[in-house]
Design a protein around this ligand. Structure first.
Ligand code: GDP
Ligand code: MG
Length: 193
């Protein structure tokens, strides 16, 4: 097994993060915990690229659909469909429109348990219930119910790989080998040795 300090994860600052001038604030959170930035670029993705990103996991659509149906049931609200795949499709369609609507900043962060640490700093998917102190909890207010009522994707500022397997699939989709920089930070001696 490779040493955990080499673990890499993908972070994408979605168009709302860029438009709200939060790039620096968000990067600061990953830097200050001791993670190392090993890849970064800004571009406008197209919807085919985004669809591929969200469909590495063939179960994602169904799971996202089930999650939204459950959330609506709990809040006593009606959905246009109760078929998880159909609801998942609606989520994917609005996500594609949202993520392809303007520039995003894609980054690779490396360091001990990077996937887990980044998810902890990012917070849970729905900003309404993300903890205070997390990126989604501190910088944005939105909910599944409100975004569905307004027929748009939820504004949650960032994508971060959900687990190691996802990170391993997502990183080569977003970055070529040449775009990933292998270098040493002075602070690594203090953090790891
Ligand atoms: P994440 O890993 O925390 O980003 O969450 P998921 O992998 O479950 O979902 C990916 C993205 O799909 C989320 O960041 C949201 O933008 C969107 N999404 C997932 N579930 C829902 C939902 O129930 N409603 C809405 N509006 N968007 C959702
Ligand atoms: Mg995810």
């Amino acid at each position: 097994m490779t040493h955990p300090k080499y673990e890499k994860t993908l972070v994408v600052l979605k168009p709302d993060a860029v438009q709200r001038s939060l790039i620096g604030e968000i990067i600061k959170r990953f830097e200050r915990v001791g993670l190392k930035l090993v890849g970064i670029k800004m571009f406008v993705p197209d919807s085919v690229f985004i669809e591929k990103h969200y469909t590495f996991d063939p179960e994602w659509k169904r799971k996202a659909g089930e999650k939204r149906i459950k959330d609506f049931l709990e809040k006593g609200k009606e959905l246009s469909s109760n078929d998880p795949i159909e609801v998942g499709d609606q989520i994917l369609t609005s996500l594609k429109g949202y993520l392809a609507s303007g520039p995003v900043v894609a980054m690779i962060w490396q360091g001990a348990h990077a996937v887990e640490v980044v998810r902890k700093l990012v917070g849970s998917t729905e900003p309404r219930s993300s903890d205070v102190g997390t990126i989604r909890g501190d910088y944005v207010i939105d909910s599944y119910v409100m975004s569905a009522d307004d027929n748009r994707a939820i504004r949650n500022l960032v994508h971060a790989s959900g687990n190691l397997e996802e990170a391993i699939q997502e990183i080569p989709h977003w970055f070529s080998k040449e775009e990933i920089i292998d270098y040493r930070l002075a602070q690594e001696a203090i953090i790891y040795e």
